[in-house]
Ligand binder design. Structure first.
Ligand code: ACO
Length: 321
């Protein structure tokens, strides 16, 4: 019997309607387009309406991915949602997405690895499919990070946006996911966190994101470099084999520094953080969908997807489209 692999057969994404530019932010906080653009490359982001949740954004992205895959929701036998901003403590956002899709019975669960969440979810779904037990997975990254930002903290509030991205992954006799690596080191939990919890009807700790920006910057560039090289080694390939690099979209300086360390031309890096801000677990599938739809990423291309985020967590997946 031939071996089972998984392939991405469709991509989709969704951004909320409300566009917020750097100049819009400068009206309500002590910041400027000049500062935000120069330090981060971010020019704008999209912010969900107060009644729009991660599962709402996930639903729109999932529908787009299913259409592009030529599949219907009833074909899906596994739903994985990567999010750090779930609708509820429980039920999971994946179960709420399943309800919105109008399907019943398939496995559905959330995966929490912050900005590495999509890469973690993709690697997980790949392993489920390769086990032979699942044949069609919907893998989604969906976030409403605007809900966990302190809008009085200019050091963090300007960096993030809301959105969702999704892929449909199916069983195939030829490999689509060529290799993947996942890592974490909880010793770095303090440099990026939302150190709060709900207890006895109250928020204990802080419900807002806090970050040591310079520590995050250095950590991210180092592990994005290492994870890409480790994945290539696993696949017996080299940097020259990569058609496109899609790292987590935290900021343009991190993306440029990563490409430089890898010795890759910056023209091979897909950048959407300028338009989307940092959408955490949604950033990689959003960027992939943009690049598929504008024709840069084409069938047969090898794409290195990379995540890094709170935990700290990091990982990479090399995908042949
Ligand atoms: N507008 C204007 N001034 C600001 C702003 C702002 N939005 N934010 C901070 N400043 C000021 C500070 O108050 C400080 O002023 P001071 O010198 O008078 O004290 C000055 O700018 C420098 O502040 P720093 O925090 O030292 O600025 P830095 O050069 O480190 O840039 C940044 C901050 C952009 C966050 C940078 O550290 C960075 O890119 N870090 C990477 C972290 C990141 O991208 N995180 C995203 C989430 S993590 C992830 O996704 C993996």
């Amino acid at each position: 019997m031939s071996r089972i692999y998984s392939r991405i057969v469709g991509t989709g994404s969704y951004l909320p309607a409300k566009l917020v530019t750097n100049d819009d932010l400068a009206k309500t906080m002590d910041t400027s387009d000049e500062w935000i653009s120069a330090r981060t490359g971010i020019r704008q982001r999209y912010i969900a309406e107060p009644d729009q949740t991660s599962s709402d954004l996930a639903f729109e992205a999932a529908k787009n991915a299913l259409v592009s895959a030529g599949k219907s929701a009833s074909d899906v036998d596994l739903i994985l949602v990567a999010t750090s901003t779930p609708d509820f403590v429980f039920p999971s956002t994946a179960c709420l997405l399943q309800k919105k899709l109008g399907v019943h019975g398939c496995a559905a669960f959330d995966l929490q690895a912050v900005c590495s969440g999509f890469v973690y979810a993709l690697a997980t779904a790949d392993k489920f499919i390769r086990s032979g037990q699942h044949k069609c997975a919907l893998v989604v990254g969906a976030e409403v990070f605007s809900r966990i930002l302190d809008w009085n903290d200019r050091g963090t509030a300007v960096l993030f946006g809301d959105g969702a991205g999704a892929v449909v992954l199916t069983a195939d006799s030829t490999p689509g996911i060529l290799g993947s690596v996942l890592h974490a080191d909880g010793a770095y939990s303090d440099i990026l966190s939302v150190p709060g919890n709900v207890c006895g009807g109250k928020v204990i700790g802080s419900p807002f994101l806090q970050m040591d920006g310079q520590a995050v910057f250095k950590f991210a560039v180092r592990v994005l470099d290492e994870a890409a090289r480790e994945t290539l080694d696993q696949c017996g390939l080299t940097i020259a084999d990569i058609d496109w690099l899609i790292p987590h979209q935290a900021n343009v300086r991190i993306l440029e520094a990563t490409a430089k360390r890898l010795g890759m031309d910056s023209s091979k890096v897909i950048i959407t953080v300028d338009r989307h801000g940092n959408t955490s677990a949604a950033s990689v599938p959003l960027a992939l969908d943009v690049a598929v739809r504008d024709g840069r990423v084409r069938p047969g291309h090898k794409v290195m997807l990379e995540g890094v985020g709170g935990g700290f967590t990091w990982g990479a997946a090399l995908v042949q489209m």
